[in-house]
Design a protein around this ligand. Sequence first.
Ligand SMILES: *Cc1c(COP(=O)(O)O)cnc(C)c1O
Length: 449
Amino acid sequence: MTQNTLWADRDLAVVWHPCTQMKDHEWLPMIPIRLAEGVWLEDFDGKRYLDAISSWWVNLFGHRNKRISAAIQRQLGQLEHVLLAGFTHAPVIELSEQLTAVAPAGLTRCFYADNGSSAVEVALKMSFHAHRNRGRVNKTKFITLSNSYHGETLGALSVGDVDLYKETYAPLLFRPVTVPSPDAYLREAGVTPEQHARNIFAEMERALEKHGDEVCAVIVEPLVQCAGGMRMYDPVYLRLLCEACNRFDVHLIADEIAVGFGRTGTLFACEQAGITPDFLCLSKGLTGGFLPLSVVLCKDDTYQLFYDDYLKRTAFLHSHSYTGNPLACAAALETLRIFTDEPVLERNRSLAQKLSNELSDLVDHKHISDVRQVGMIAAIEFVRDKKTREPYPVSERRGLRVYEFALSKGVLLRPLGNVVYFMPPYVIAPDEIELMVRVATEAIDVATR
Ligand SMILES: *Cc1c(COP(=O)(O)O)cnc(C)c1O
């Protein structure tokens, strides 16, 4: 027995894994990871895997990044945790100062939770409650885009639109108003992504006209619908949306949990549309991929709607036990310091260009219908029929073949259905980008045979 199988057997006897049909592991090896460094993961038998998806999009500056590790070590010598009600600590204060300084202008307050879904719950409740505190008790609905994803807790799942995760739980969920996504993949031939976004926006305008009085907020993933298959859209949509939300007295919630912290080329995706949302949800890369933490930033006028005498009962009484954990805040602070001390976005521009060059030949592949990229996110859509874009049936699980083949070649890809994507840590080297794309190409060849 190898070390890998020993650990895998112990795992499969007691652990229930996320987003997994556990029966698959009767034939699909569970991979126990012993060690990681930079973009590389190493299993118990010494085999290495390039983490091309940043361990579910959380890692920014490599595994065991020295600066972030040291910051957590320093914090461990001072304070591991204290409740954040009635008490505070330096890391949460400094982090809030830094976040409000770098976020789109006007976002002046930070409310913390410990994962992305919880941040979405906070934003939904806070939006509803803010309207209620100003007497707008009819505002009880939310507008969302088709194919959107905002997490797995019941509220977050309600405003999402990926059937695979949602359908089973439909009887438990509240119903948002769902408006077609500006997804550029769905545009007609000859239409630019910008034109397409403008055209599709008419549907949002109609929904706001019809439901505006009862709607608390529109929630969107700025620029990239990640879990929905890395579908991308033009920033003009966000600009039109922000303007319309103001007009209809509806909040805009920007869920940048996946796209924040430089993924799309700017620190936050909203910057590319020049907008300030009413709520900005951040998590994943917030701590550089070290510890669970999330935050919702909001504007001062929202904050003031809750600020009153206790007996008026306007306070936001939401809480999580680990709200604003000092170790996680220290990791996040160091992550932000790396952005200020090093030319991260500039370096990413040249890495993104390298990735784009490596991908350029793939558009001619006979089973690839689209190659798209924004900053450090790139995606390849493979299909049965290139001309009609007819996808392979989900039941064939061809993405899983890509996963297996790539793993055998030492690259961790985790396709979303028939979409193979790259979201590597920002410390990936040019030759590692070449390896990653070469293996993905071979994997798609194998999976489409
Ligand atoms: C991952 C993700 C979430 C949920 O975050 P968790 O930490 O997994 O709960 C919410 N929104 C978006 C856009 C995400 O990508």
